[in-house]
Design a protein. Structure first.
Length: 111
């Protein structure tokens, strides 16, 4: 592994370990949802209506793990933090595998 690859993986690991800040800080400061991560209901409260495109497309994708939380909606902060870190690491792993597979295919095909 080269020095730059080691730096990349270290940076990704640090970012995964910092992901719980997304739930700890809003909880501490009573800030609510992260900016831009609003559902249709929250947007309706903010704007007074739900944009037509959002109404039409909001049910197309449902996250496999709602709110990155493996423990359910009312789980403790500890479970939420572990879930966030696990979700971050899982995402890094999946993206890494996809990139590795694409690179292998490109090398195999001589491109």
């Amino acid at each position: 592994m080269t020095k730059s690859q080691r730096r990349l993986w270290t940076g990704l690991l640090i970012m995964a370990l910092l992901t719980p800040l997304g739930i700890v800080l809003p909880e501490k400061f009573k800030a609510g949802d992260a900016w831009g991560e609003w559902g249709a209901e929250t947007l309706e409260k903010f704007l007074g209506y739900v944009p037509e495109g959002l109404k039409r497309l909001s049910d197309i994708w449902k996250a496999p793990v709602t709110d990155y939380n493996f423990g359910g909606e009312n789980s403790s902060m500890t479970v939420q933090i572990i879930s966030y870190i696990g979700s971050g690491l899982l995402g890094i792993l999946i993206v890494g595998i996809v990139i590795f597979a694409i690179a292998r295919l490109r090398i195999k095909n001589g491109k």
